[in-house]
Design a protein around this ligand. Structure first.
Ligand code: ZN
Length: 233
């Protein structure tokens, strides 16, 4: 079996011959499996040595996925979860109805014994959407004022990928996952979508407006790229 070595660790490769490919392809799956796709005109040795030259990249991606597993939430007593830049600790309380509420620095989860993590997850997302909106509104009106636009209607939705979008009617939709991010990132995403009201593209004039509204936006962008995968329910 073919493999690459990084930092003394041997990483196995699953080799797939592909007639349609023109270049060697490397994919790291969430399971940690590394797939090496090889076009007809390239030998396995050549492809493996190419993969070896990318060993650090492969290693980094596998590590990222391993860490992702560690972020998996169980909504168990004592676990922590961020909310709008602070860390809440989870308290589990027995009760007839499923309920999630924020009390001080606690996220109190009430429910019958044996309630699954998925049920609490749903309750928490619902709570975050409601409470998050209250905290977002003043930020939205402050930034709209600075941008010289009418404060847009804000909605928070559960989305897998997109962090936010600006609708044709100048409303903004934000991913509920941003409520797990640091405040700087939350603010940046609001700035980003509000800047889109007047600049419906990602050209220079858009970025100039983002920078004017938030000079430190690059730090937030970097955090988003590096840590965004961690902000999951
Ligand atoms: Zn954008």
């Amino acid at each position: 079996m073919s493999s690459v070595v990084f930092d003394g660790e041997e990483i196995p490769l699953t080799v797939i011959r592909s007639d349609r490919r023109r270049t060697v392809g490397i994919t790291v799956k969430e399971s940690g499996e590394v797939i090496l796709r090889i076009p007809p005109h390239i030998s396995e040795e050549e492809a493996v040595s190419f993969a070896q030259s990318k060993a650090e990249w492969i290693f980094r991606h596998r590590t990222k996925f391993e860490m992702r597993e560690r972020v998996e939430r169980h909504y168990a007593e004592g676990e922590t979860i961020p909310f709008f830049g602070r860390e809440l600790s989870i308290r589990r309380v027995e009760g007839d109805k499923v309920r999630a509420e924020i009390i001080g620095d606690e996220l109190r989860l009430t429910g019958p014994l044996g309630t699954g993590a998925d049920v609490f997850c749903e309750a928490v997302v619902f709570l975050y959407r409601r409470e998050g909106l209250k905290l977002l509104r003043p930020i939205v009106s402050e930034i709209s004022k600075a941008a010289g636009v009418e404060p847009p209607a804000v909605r928070i939705r559960k989305q897998q990928r997109k962090w936010g979008c600006c609708t044709p009617k100048n409303g903004i939709i934000l991913n509920v996952r941003i409520l797990l991010a640091p405040k700087l990132v939350i603010r940046y995403l609001v700035v980003h979508e509000i800047a889109h009201i007047e600049h419906r593209h990602h050209q220079d004039s858009f970025w100039a407006e983002v920078e004017r509204l938030m000079p430190e936006f690059r730090d937030a962008e970097r955090m988003l790229k590096e840590n965004g995968w961690m902000w999951v329910f």
